[in-house]
Design a binder for this molecule. Structure first.
Ligand code: LLP
Length: 457
């Protein structure tokens, strides 16, 4: 097990004398014995180290151009009370995207002022909760929301702090980013002119906010995509947002103080992947911001970012128990045949929907022992009633993998538990934190009684 950065495992991952996987000082067999499987295992030290790495990289890079930075942990990737506390203890704020995420962050003791609330379709109840808890920034996503929020704030006699989510035409993900004139998706307000060639939806939103005394315009927000491994898109989006900011400044005399560049920093899922380097991307974005502001003749704004996956993704693994192992003779396109070993685990698409939803690739290893057996071509599948219930599409594993073995899948910390379901009425696995040789349950395993309690008959 390599611990070099760029592998998908937490830096603490090693093998003990029996060849068992150890994370955060706790062996996979010990975790399975104490907490059962499947279980999400979260390395607290890795989470904290990553939070510090992003905080440090962006703070340093922007200090060099005279700007302050706030790092918001994007709770949608995984949010529990303990996780929100870790983020806060490492100096991060928390970005929420629903009333539920907001409630968990508040329960963790994160002050409202350090929270953001996102959403393209926030309910009145969510907006009210944000106002009542003094949420520091409500990122508005439509003209209608601006009116609703202004009315709610006015009725309460408060001033709501808002940012406008804009779409810059930069879409990024993987190694590519493309600029498009039109954005065919539900988020944000475009910076491009409307069909009549008049003001863009983004400008209309900004003007509408300035016209409402119950709203305070903090700044402009842009999020360009997720799992981005090429840093160029971030600078490109920053330039577009800064142009919009300067335009508003000339037009209204209001040069907003803040620009949020969203999340999306990509991680390694496979051993050959190289994650984005926070120091490199922070430096490049800071330089792009500095140059753009110089060209535009505007002061450099305070910058915020919202990494989710890059903080929690590599800190999490999933430990499963192997059940059915079935060799299947497969006929290839050229009519040759080969054997694929189907290895079924005790979870599947209900605890990790990403392979089925995005075709996401993962890496897995036998976690309870060492094996010198020749490698076999394996597909790791779950226990759901669906042939697309795949955990790892293609993998070489020791051919003696057998029922009762533990299998650990790497880099499942982000968007695993947070997108988990009860399909086939499976109970969602626990989230178990490991640190310094000890484990503790952050979210307990659901039980069949939990499921029955929801069903009113
Ligand atoms: N900020 C905003 C406004 C976002 O919409 C997102 C993600 C983030 C921050 C955090 O992005 P991150 O740093 O985690 O990439 N379920 C998908 C990812 C959806 C991300 C949606 N927005 C997945 O499993 O890959």
């Amino acid at each position: 097990m390599s611990t070099a950065s760029g592998t998908p495992w937490p830096a603490s991952a090693v093998r003990d004398d029996d060849g068992a996987l150890v994370v955060g000082g706790v062996t996979a067999p010990a975790l399975a014995a104490e907490h059962g499987t499947p279980a999400y295992v979260l390395d607290e030290g890795e989470f904290r180290a990553r939070a510090r790495a992003y905080q440090g990289a962006f703070t340093d890079a922007f200090a060099a151009i005279g700007a302050g930075v706030d790092v918001y942990y994007a709770g949608k990737a995984l949010l529990t009370v303990a996780v929100a506390r870790w983020a806060r203890e490492e100096g991060l704020r928390v970005d929420t995207a629903s009333g539920g995420e907001l409630a968990v962050a508040l329960r963790a003791g994160v002050p409202g002022a350090e929270l953001g609330l996102h959403g393209n379709n926030k309910s009145d109840a969510e907006l009210q909760a944000a106002l009542d808890n003094g949420v520091g920034r409500i990122i508005v996503d439509s003209l209608g929301e601006i009116d609703r929020l202004a009315d709610l704030a006015e009725a309460r006699g408060v001033v709501a702090p808002v940012m406008v989510r804009v779409t810059t035409g930069v879409h990024a993900g993987g190694h590519e980013f493309i600029s498009t004139a039109h954005e065919d998706q539900k988020f944000g307000l475009s910076v491009n002119a409307g069909p009549d060639g008049g003001d863009s939806p983004a400008v209309l939103a900004l003007l509408r906010i300035l016209a409402r005394p119950s709203l305070k315009l903090l700044g402009i927000h842009s999020h360009i995509g997720s799992q981005i491994l090429d840093s160029a898109g971030f600078g490109e989006a920053a330039r577009t947002v800064l142009r919009l900011r300067a335009h508003l400044g000339v037009r209204t005399g209001v040069l907003v103080d803040e620009v949020d560049l969203g999340g999306g920093y990509g991680i390694a899922y496979l051993p050959q992947d190289q994650e984005i380097d926070p120091r490199k991307v922070a430096h490049e974005v800071a330089q792009a911001v500095a140059h753009a502001c110089q060209e535009l003749g505007t002061a450099v704004p305070r910058i915020s970012i919202e990494p989710g996956r890059a903080i929690v993704g590599p800190a999490g693994i999933t430990v499963y128990t192997v059940g059915t192992v079935k060799p299947v003779l497969v006929t290839a396109d050229d009519n040759s045949t080969f054997t694929r070993l189907y290895v079924s685990v005790d979870g599947g698409m209900s605890d990790n929907i990403r392979p089925a939803l995005y075709g996401a690739a993962y890496h897995a290893e036998i976690a309870n022992r060492r094996s010198e057996a020749p490698l076999a071509l394996v597909r790791v599948v779950g226990k759901h009633c669906e042939s697309g219930d795949i955990v790892v599409h293609e993998l070489m594993l020791p051919g003696d993998v057998q029922p009762g073995d533990l299998l650990a899948v790497a880099a499942t910390g982000a968007y695993g538990r947070s997108m988990a379901s009860n399909y086939n009425l499976l109970t969602r696995p626990p989230v178990v934190a490991v640190h310094d040789g000890a484990s503790r349950v952050l979210l307990r395993r659901e039980t069949v009684d939990d499921l029955l309690a929801l069903d009113l008959g």
